[in-house]
Design a protein around this ligand. Structure first.
Ligand SMILES: Cc1ncc(COP(=O)(O)O)c(C=O)c1O
Length: 347
């Protein structure tokens, strides 16, 4: 089976499994798991921050950060397609009493001008406390937030006294694609949530990254949210391998995504915004003339691909998402393109 639904379907590498089996562990609630400590130090250093905290998931990482960034009754500006708005179970309002304020922006970008226009300070209304960006941007198709945009948001955050958070589940992809070191991104944010379980292939795990004080407070919120995990060094061990060995190879995933995108863009009734294919995600939109036919075609492609042992994800009624990762190679991409070609040839 060629799995293109998500880069979360990856299996741990042999090196990860060995590292897990051999991991030195302790009780992390007591601060005594040496493998978790090593992971936290390594990820903080790479992102140019003082400290990090291992957490079970990207959702928990984001939610811990939002709670620390935004007091109850305030709001957080975010691009309308951000993960925190679409896929995190309304956790910010439920857990933190925080309102998420969706801001329109092409390709998942929230820029300084758009954010500035929504910042509110008046008592009457909802005061803005934070800005959240997503890099790379999942729903927009793995797009990268341009560095000048992020620098503009940093300047705005400083000027208006706002917290700047980054959902960096796939920050590694942005860094590899642009050549901007992780630290070049990290230094711009007050907090980041990064994932080892997406593009990097670890089975589980994310981290909150920031200053020492923020991370100390994040530890308390992680406990509150039930995310303190005792001998989780067995998981951190795989995440360390992910961080050390799996970042540079992301360039292969990006090349595979580009090959796939260009091939699919040339097929009848399929549209791919090639300019938005910047990392490992390809979004294919169906255009069969009208919505009903496009919707039917989407379902036909998803099931037809599955019958040809290629799994793709219907991310909407007329859109399909394909994500490349370490467990698909160039030959798999060729076979995936063949499946799409065979199915669209009938139209
Ligand atoms: C951009 C982004 N942020 C956060 C998450 C949440 O991560 P998790 O599934 O580990 O909670 C995901 C998951 O796919 C994601 O794509």
């Amino acid at each position: 089976m060629i799995e293109l639904r998500s880069d979360t379907f990856t299996r741990p590498t042999p090196a990860m499994r060995r590292a897990m089996a051999d991991a030195e562990v302790g009780d992390d609630v007591w601060g005594e798991d040496p493998t978790i400590r090593r992971l936290e130090a390594a990820v903080a250093e790479r992102l140019g921050h003082e400290a990090a905290l291992f957490v079970p998931s990207g959702t928990m990482g984001n939610q811990i950060c939002l709670r620390l960034a935004a007091p109850p009754g305030t709001e957080v500006l975010a691009n309308e397609d951000n993960h925190i708005l679409w896929y995190e179970a309304a956790a910010a309002p439920v857990l933190s009493g925080v309102q998420l304020h969706p801001v329109p922006g092409a390709r998942g970008v929230l820029d300084e001008a758009a954010a500035r226009a929504r910042v509110r300070t008046a008592r009457y209304g909802v005061p803005t406390s934070a800005i959240a960006v997503e890099n790379t941007h999942n729903r927009a198709g793995g797009t990268i937030q341009p560095l000048p945009v992020l620098e503009g948001l940093r300047a705005l955050a400083d000027e208006a006294g706002l917290h700047l958070h980054c959902d960096g589940a796939r920050i590694w992809n942005a860094s590899v694609a642009t050549g901007i070191p992780l630290e070049g991104y990290g230094r711009l944010f007050d907090s980041l949530s990064v994932c080892f379980s997406k593009a990097l292939g670890a089975p589980v795990g994310s981290a909150v990254v920031g200053g020492r004080d923020l991370v100390d407070r994040a530890r308390d919120v992680r406990h509150l949210y039930g995310g303190a995990m005792r001998q989780a060094g067995v998981l951190a061990a795989a995440a360390l391998v992910a961080l050390e060995e799996m970042v540079d190879r992301l360039a292969d995933d990006h090349a595979n995504a580009r090959t796939l995108a260009e091939a699919l863009a040339s097929l009848p009734s399929l549209a791919v915004d090639l300019a938005s294919v910047q990392t490992n995600i390809v979004i294919v939109r169906m255009d069969r003339g009208d919505r009903a036919r496009s919707t039917a075609a989407t379902a036909e492609l998803v099931s037809g691909c599955a019958a040809r042992k290629v799994k793709v994800h219907a991310m909407g009624p007329t859109a399909i998402r394909c994500v490349t990762h370490k467990d698909v190679d160039a030959e798999d991409i060729r076979r995936a393109v063949d499946a799409f070609r065979e199915l669209t040839a009938r139209w």
